[in-house]
Design a protein around this ligand. Structure first.
Ligand SMILES: Cc1cc2nc3c(=O)[nH]c(=O)nc-3n(C[C@H](O)[C@H](O)[C@H](O)COP(=O)(O)O)c2cc1C
Length: 316
């Protein structure tokens, strides 16, 4: 495999909303293009494609992290052609250089979304500061939700969850992406969803009509931290970079031994999003929240599906 193929293959592990993996790569010689796949946009949940853009940004950051760890320099142009809005990035491979980002690249296959409650161990201020600075260096901002504001985030997620589950279009979309045809390599199997329970901030109920595979157990996210990724606005380039920052945050947290779980439902519905924006003192546009902490249940998570390199990479 060429370095660009290895990079695009590593990006198969990137997180994406509903595990839609809404991207494809075109590799031609020493150039690789990242394209958004609009056919995988969630029309009810993500009408404006914000979560799709964040997911693609995460895939881009995974690929660039892998290239750096393989010891290659590269140049990236984001949204290089206004006539082709679905062309999100063009990456030119440079020359061999000393490897960097090796720990982050090692975290790529280890990172998982863990929907189970985290335990009592708290995340240190040093770790949270490190993650905030990393996100800022990646082109977005991170708000660490103070303990007395977690209730507002919880109410926002609760309101959004109710509104969505009462929306027949959302219910149908949820059903489709939790019941994928065999071999599709995408979507959220019930085995990786968590049963509803008493949580500091509710976690999306992916399978409201059946039993989720993960149980809540005795932990309640006592020590969990909640952070909100945000930025100045939600133009395509800002969302793409926010997705890159999300990936940087999740990979660094994983490398540091933290469990992570993105939460976007509070941002998907208008009024809860206004409440979350209020937590940012109206300083910016919230993109999504992330729960960080230490697992109380160390049982390995069940596998989650992924498409194959042949599904997403076109080489010429
Ligand atoms: C933009 C975005 C939004 C997400 N929103 C949620 C969410 O609201 N709730 C949740 O449990 N997981 C959420 N996730 C995590 C995805 O469901 C997860 O990445 C996907 O199912 C693949 O699983 P993995 O992260 O374990 O590889 C989100 C991920 C992304 C990138």
């Amino acid at each position: 495999m060429t370095p660009l193929e290895q990079a695009a293959t590593a990006a198969l592990h990137a997180p994406s909303v509903f595990n839609t993996q809404p991207w494809s790569w075109r590799i031609d010689g020493d150039t690789m293009e990242l394209h958004a796949d609009a056919s995988r946009r969630l029309d009810a949940t993500d009408r404006d494609g914000r979560l799709l853009a964040l997911s693609c940004g995460a895939a881009l950051h995974h690929a660039l992290t892998k290239l750096a760890a393989l010891g290659w320099s590269f140049e990236v142009s984001r949204l290089p052609d206004p006539a082709q809005p679905s062309l999100l990035a063009r990456v030119h491979l440079g020359s061999p250089v000393p490897p960097t980002s090796v720990r982050l690249a090692e975290a790529i296959p280890q990172r998982r979304t863990d929907r189970r409650p985290f335990g009592a161990r708290t995340v240190s201020d040093e770790e949270l500061t490190k993650l905030r600075l990393l996100v800022e260096a990646s082109g977005a901002y991170l708000h660490v939700v103070p303990r007395d504001e977690i209730t507002a985030l919880a109410i926002s997620a609760e309101l959004a969850g109710h509104a969505e589950l009462n929306d027949p279009e959302y219910r149908e979309e949820l059903r489709q992406w939790t019941h994928r045809p065999a071999g599709s390599g995408d979507g959220i199997p019930a085995a990786t969803a968590v049963e509803p329970g008493l949580r500091r901030v509710p976690v999306r109920d992916y399978v409201p009509d059946e039993q989720a595979g993960l149980t809540v157990g005795a932990a309640h996210d006592e020590g969990a931290s909640f952070v909100i990724l945000f930025g100045r606005g939600d133009t395509p380039i800002q969302l793409l970079q926010a997705g890159e920052a999300l990936s940087a945050l999740l990979l660094q947290a994983t490398a540091d031994g933290l469990a992570t779980a993105p939460l976007s439902d509070a941002i998907e519905v208008e009024w809860p999003r206004v409440l979350v924006r209020g937590l940012l003192a109206d300083l910016g546009e919230p993109y999504l929240a992330v729960r960080l902490g230490y697992t109380a249940d160390t049982t390995p998570l069940p596998p989650r599906p992924r498409r194959t390199a042949a599904d997403v990479i076109v080489s010429s």
